[in-house]
Design a protein around this ligand. Structure first.
Ligand code: TYD
Ligand code: MG
Length: 461
């Protein structure tokens, strides 16, 4: 009797190994190899079916063939560069429970309301569950068709029968082709399902959105194995304990990848956040030491974020360094530069730093704000009101310009900030905001303490 042949496959990248290893030999991810049956059944090749017209001179190819259709969800359309392109496949990845099904149900319903037929394939939840959610979100539209199905051939038949303009597959990992011996969610299945759907999308000119779960334990094939198959990859992320959700395109064949979409999870589903800076700053207490506002740039989108620090005496031999929403490594670097280049030591204190509002600020443009949050916390002197701070910090204590400063400052001015502490050689500044340059961290600290930024407010207690 022939032995059943198995291979060990990486759930992250799809890499293969004949034996189990702790670390994937291809992508070096830890603990991602899972045993699965070696595929013996002939997988129908995608290449055998033509997905478009034959060869032709490039200037005869119609240029307007691929025009995005808005989904009607503004923040989603912003990320997609206008909407979903007919014939394209978009993968929306995110951790379970982050709100992928909610987002796509809302998008599907918005398209349906606009008059297009949409097919929502629920491979994880029952029809009743999806209907209940749709009822709660007030998105019941007769153009929105629903099927609970986990078999790929039947989904393809449903597609044929309903002829929709948009299909949502929730999720790609729960869909499987019974012809393949591997389990649903295995790399072989997920790849096959996605490849078939890509062919289908191109042939029918239907936009398909795939939901993909990202799991860290590697038990499900991660969306990374699909990244090269699909046209667009979006990630949906956020802190579990905050309502804020961020949507980003990490790969996009039809437009830019640097747009950020922001949502808030409410009891009526996901709501777009058109003015995030206002939201992040809305519950800020002014005149508090250890609070500095930085105009960050996420993709193309300027966001004003409050960086907070707290410095307290420590009786630990190795004082605590705690960072939430800011990078721990950057915090350590900033503290080292403060000590060596500006003579401010917090070596005997615990330091806590965070970005308020559940946002993650990792860009170097926030270095100076982080440093000054620590300085003002340690000296118990708040910055004057109406000040924003933006510069990168070098290891020599020198300050460098954050990218696209003009956009950042324009946003700060829009929200009523009047002074910006930045690196020298600022490009032209938007009206309404006065620029105070500092060449080094030490100079920036002197400006804060010496009244160079205006008179400090008394701490509000
Ligand atoms: P869901 O879209 O099911 O997440 P995913 O598909 O990414 O796994 O949403 C999960 C969470 O969102 C769930 O914990 C409940 C919450 N939620 C709301 O807060 N409000 C709502 O209107 C809906 C539909 C969900
Ligand atoms: Mg879901």
């Amino acid at each position: 009797m022939a032995r059943v042949k198995t291979v060990f496959r990486c759930g992250e990248c799809g890499g293969e190994s004949p034996r189990w290893l702790g670390r994937c030999p291809s992508c070096e991810a830890w603990n991602t190899l899972v045993e699965e049956l070696a595929e013996t059944a002939a997988v129908p090749t995608v290449a055998a079916r033509r997905t478009g017209a034959g060869p032709m001179p490039i200037d005869r190819v119609p240029a307007d063939e691929w025009v995005a259709t808005p989904t009607g969800i503004e923040e989603l359309d912003r990320v997609l560069g206008g909407g979903l392109v007919p014939g394209s496949v978009t993968l929306v990845g995110g951790e379970p429970g982050i709100g992928k099904s909610t987002l796509l149900l809302q998008a599907a319903a918005a398209r349906a309301t606009a008059g297009d037929r949409v097919l929502y394939v629920s491979a994880e939840e029952s029809r009743q569950q999806v209907r209940l959610r749709a009822g709660r979100l007030d998105t019941l539209d007769p153009n929105l068709w629903l099927v609970a199905e986990t078999s790929l051939p039947r989904v393809l038949a449903d597609l044929e029968a309903t002829d929709p303009a948009l299909v949502v597959i929730d999720s790609v990992q729960a869909l499987a082709d019974p012809q393949l011996s591997s389990a649903p969610g295995s790399v072989a299945q997920v790849r096959h399902v996605a490849a078939q759907l890509v062919t289908e999308a191109k042939q029918r000119g239907v936009a398909i959105v795939l939901v993909g779960h990202v799991t860290k334990d590697g038990s499900l094939a991660g969306p990374r194995v699909l990244e090269h198959v699909v046209d667009t990859v979006c990630t949906f992320e956020g802190e579990r304990h905050h309502a804020l959700r961020m949507l980003r395109a990490v790969k996009h064949r039809f437009g830019p990848t640097h747009e950020l979409g922001l949502f808030q999870m409410t009891d009526r589903g996901l709501l777009g956040v058109p003015d995030p800076s206002g939201l992040f700053l809305s519950d800020r207490r002014r005149g508090v030491p250890g609070s500095v506002v930085v105009p960050t740039l996420d993709g193309n989108r300027p966001l004003l974020v409050e960086i907070q620090a707290l410095v307290t005496g420590s009786d630990l031999g190795n004082p605590r360094r705690s960072a939430h929403g800011v990078d721990g490594g950057r915090l350590n670097m900033v503290l080292a530069v403060l000590e060596e280049r500006a003579g401010i030591s917090v070596a005997k204190s615990d330091v806590y730093a965070l970005a308020a509002g559940g946002l993650r600020v990792t860009e170097p443009g926030a270095d100076l704000a982080l440093a000054l949050a620590v300085v003002t916390a340690a000296s118990d002197t708040p910055l004057p009101d109406g000040v924003v701070v933006c510069a990168e910090l070098g290891l020599g204590g020198e300050l460098r310009q954050g990218a696209r400063l003009d956009r950042r400052l324009a946003e700060a001015a829009r929200l009523g900030f009047v002074t910006a502490l930045v690196a020298p050689d600022t490009p032209e500044t938007p009206p309404g905001i006065q620029v105070v340059p500092a060449a080094t961290l030490a100079e920036a600290v002197r400006l804060c303490h010496g009244g160079g930024l205006g008179r400090p407010l008394a701490a509000v207690v």
